[in-house]
Ligand binder design. Structure first.
Ligand code: OOG
Ligand code: MG
Length: 253
């Protein structure tokens, strides 16, 4: 069956850290098919013993949409194998052409199996943390169509979470920076994330419910990058800082 075969191709590329041509070059598939490929590729990870730890939203900011030339919200799945320690290191050997981006992560306090309204979202979150997401498209040259990137689990590769903070009364207009070797390379605002990171959380509940993915208690929801992503090079240290929430740092080896 084609969905399973395409899932095998993207999963193997991610597992081995080897690039592939865009699936859409040789196969015609819809957005719904792309999510089915993503789900089937994640099933292969679960079969290897990985566990789902949360979801990530993508293209929630204009900066990201413009950088990648894609204009639709996407969502992907995060597993425990992707989690890196804050202050730890990332080995480039495992990846193809990884990029880092600064994010905000939500901690879910009870199961969610339906679309929440924006007003109810804070009742479902116990804490927020600054985060770094490492994305690593499995496609050559980091180029893809909307369907390609969805099938490829939205380029998910790794994530680093900072210390959990009590949810502040507002997540509006917090400065978010991406730093390489202590220098700010991109500066954005939390309001660049769909106008407000809570809107991204709300959209995650809508999309998860639509695709039949229950969000578990304890799940992490990554709101999406507020700035463009940057390529990483060996020897660098990369950090994300979010005003009032603190930061995270990772060495690149
Ligand atoms: C897709 C993932 C987008 C974000 O935060 O917008 C994403 C990509 O850019 O390769 O994670
Ligand atoms: Mg991201």
């Amino acid at each position: 069956m084609e969905i399973k075969e395409l899932a095998r191709i993207v999963d193997t590329a991610a597992h081995l850290g080897q690039p592939i041509t865009q699936l859409s070059q040789n196969h015609h598939f819809s957005e719904a098919d792309a999510y089915a490929i993503q789900a089937a590729s994640l099933q292969r990870r679960y079969d290897r013993g990985e566990q789902l730890i949360g979801l990530k939203m993508g293209f929630t900011s204009k900066a990201k949409m413009e950088q990648m030339g894609v204009n639709d919200l996407i969502w992907g799945r995060l597993t425990d194998a992707m989690l890196l320690a804050n202050g730890g290191s990332l080995s480039l050997d495992r990846f193809i052409h990884p990029r880092a981006e600064p994010e905000i992560c939500f901690l879910v306090n009870q199961p969610i199996d339906r679309e929440l309204s924006l007003e109810e979202t804070p009742n479902y979150v116990s804490a927020v943390a600054p985060a770094l997401e490492i994305i690593d498209s499995r496609y050559e040259n980091f180029k893809f169509s909307l369907e390609d990137v969805i099938a490829d689990n939205c380029s998910s590769a790794a994530l680093v979470l900072g210390e959990w903070q009590l949810v502040p009364s507002s997540l509006d207009q917090l400065a978010i920076s991406l730093e390489i070797d202590g220098q700010i390379v991109h500066l954005g605002s939390s309001s660049a994330i769909l106008g407000n990171p809570w809107a991204s959380f709300q959209a995650a509940t809508r999309l998860a419910a639509h695709y039949g993915q229950v969000i578990a208690k304890g799940a992490y929801i990554m709101a999406g990058a507020a700035t463009p992503a940057v390529y990483l090079e060996r020897g660098q240290s990369v950090a994300a800082n979010v005003e009032r929430l603190g930061g995270v740092i990772l060495g690149v080896q």
